[in-house]
Design a protein around this ligand. Structure first.
Ligand code: KIV
Length: 263
């Protein structure tokens, strides 16, 4: 078995020009698929609120829910690095609270790192977490927890601000940074300017790695998909077909047939 991905593995991959693969997962069976497939980073994203809980945005997700899902995911992962996503208001209030909440992901849920949203504004939090021994993945650009402040899920184009945010989170101690909803030339420039790996989502091919929301790329939900999502499978269609066959066979009495009976 290959050794588990660590922060040093990811830095080395950037140095060697090897692309990093990342996806989200929220439960044991899907995390198992990702781990066995060799996905480098499994993020237990707060997209949980939208794709699992059926809410309109990510703001509702709580610490206890995030810990519950991260724990299930960690139990399935042997190779992939598990990153727990710090929910809205779990790190914005005070540094002590941020460290306490960040620590729960490592201590109770088996994650190796946490992710949080924001640039220059969250640098003191990143530094406090790193000082406490909690590796941090930053997340800049389109930050869904600021949906109301941004006036919707909007592509971010302020190149100098984005570059400064990226440099600041690196200086604060982040081991990696997610670039979301950023035009390709800007994310390429950021990627070249940093020593830590960039993981893009809707940020073009110039990043060191890519991440997508699992339920979007596998076609599990029929929710609106942003332009950057490629659907690699249509699980909803397979599930709907299976369910329709089951209903038909139970109603017609053809299930259970002989082979599914105890004699
Ligand atoms: O919550 C999430 O799934 C994320 C990724 C989309 C980066 O933050």
């Amino acid at each position: 078995m290959q050794p588990r991905v660590t922060t040093s593995t990811l830095i080395k991959m950037k140095q060697e020009g090897k692309k990093i693969t990342a996806l989200t997962a929220y439960d044991f069976p899907f995390a198992g698929f990702l781990d066995k497939a060799g996905i480098d980073i499994v993020l237990v994203g707060d997209s949980l609120g939208m794709v699992v809980q059926g809410k309109e945005n990510t703001l509702c997700v709580t610490m206890d829910e995030s810990i519950y899902h991260t724990e299930m995911v960690s139990r399935a992962c042997r190779y992939s690095m598990v990153v727990g996503d710090m929910p809205f208001m779990s790190y914005q209030g005070s540094l002590d609270r941020a460290v306490e909440n960040g620590g729960r992901f490592l201590k109770e849920a088996g994650a190796s790192a946490v992710k949080l949203e924001g640039g220059a504004d969250v640098c003191p939090v990143i530094t406090a977490l790193v000082k406490a021994g909690i590796p941090v993945q930053a997340h800049i650009g389109l930050t869904p927890q600021s949906v109301h402040q941004m006036g919707g899920f909007k592509v971010q184009r302020d190149e100098e601000r984005l570059l400064k945010d990226a440099r600041d989170v690196e200086k604060a101690g982040a081991f990696s940074v997610v670039l979301e909803g950023i035009p390709s030339p800007i994310s390429t420039r950021i990627t070249k300017a940093l020593n830590i790996p960039t993981i893009g989502i809707g940020a073009g091919p110039g990043c060191d790695g890519q991440i997508l929301v699992l339920h979007d790329m596998l076609g599990i939900n029929d929710r609106f998909l942003p332009k950057f999502v490629k659907k690699y499978a249509d699980i909803a269609q397979v599930a709907n077909q299976g369910l329709a066959s089951y209903i038909k066979e139970v109603r017609s009495g053809t299930f259970p047939s002989d082979e599914y009976e105890y004699k």
